[in-house]
Design a protein around this ligand. Sequence first.
Ligand SMILES: Cc1cc2nc3c(=O)[nH]c(=O)nc-3n(C[C@H](O)[C@H](O)[C@H](O)COP(=O)(O)O)c2cc1C
Length: 274
Amino acid sequence: MSLFLVDPARCRGDGICVDECPTRIIELKSGDPTPCVPAEAEEFCRNCGHCVAVCPHGAASITGMAPEQLPRLRSDWRPGPEQITHFLRARRSIRTYTPQTVEREVLAKLIDVARFAPSASNRQAVRWVVIYDAAEVHRLAGLTVDWMRAGLTSQTAAARRNTLRFIAGWESGLDMVCRGAPHLAIACAPASHPWAVTDCAIALTYLELAAPSFGLGACWGGILTGAARQWPPLQDALALPEGHVVCGAMMIGFPRYRYYRLPLRNEAQVTWRG
Ligand SMILES: Cc1cc2nc3c(=O)[nH]c(=O)nc-3n(C[C@H](O)[C@H](O)[C@H](O)COP(=O)(O)O)c2cc1C
């Protein structure tokens, strides 16, 4: 069966799918009213579904994506620039959580949103490891502190002072690594994937941005990620899928506090040319 199919009864031959195909494999030959993908070009399809989604007439489909299977775009739900600016400015790194656990189904829904993040060549290579048990999150934070202790001697004096604060905090019962979050979502991707870190970072960003809509707070786990790249005991504990590297982690839980104002940030540094 052909990868790209067109219903000739619906197709108007307007060439929109030809223009929008990212790999330009759809052809509209003169004299032939319906577009097609030559068999030898099918291997270049990214399965992005743009041809299906952009056709106003519901004429195009690819294997696994018929127009009827694709939800309709709700343009009446599109927020304006003021709302989007406020939404993005209001995103916060949440570092204090209630002890309440988040239902697995809710975490699954949150991760489900992240799968719509863009990925290089639509490869969708990001995989998630969810540490659901709060005691296990705490244990991973402890292994990260062990990594910090082991690295102290090779650090500059300033870095060592900072690390010592984390270690002292841990020893007095303050978790500055995972912030006492009940859950951790770890994004990983095949080590062979050249865009592994970027794809994971975007997926994690989607997850962080979506979290408040579920009543949740999130915070990047950069320190834990650094440890997971280097510290074998933590790597063993994470047990990532074979051949995958850790690219980022997100703490997740119910925020203990709410914010009332939007903090300021540096002005954008822009060089305009041309
Ligand atoms: C890649 C990355 C790693 C981060 N790692 C940590 C971390 O390990 N612990 C932490 O508390 N915050 C971490 N953060 C959150 C930043 O500190 C935070 O974004 C910054 O202080 C600004 O605050 P805001 O996110 O509320 O705007 C990280 C953020 C990014 C993007």
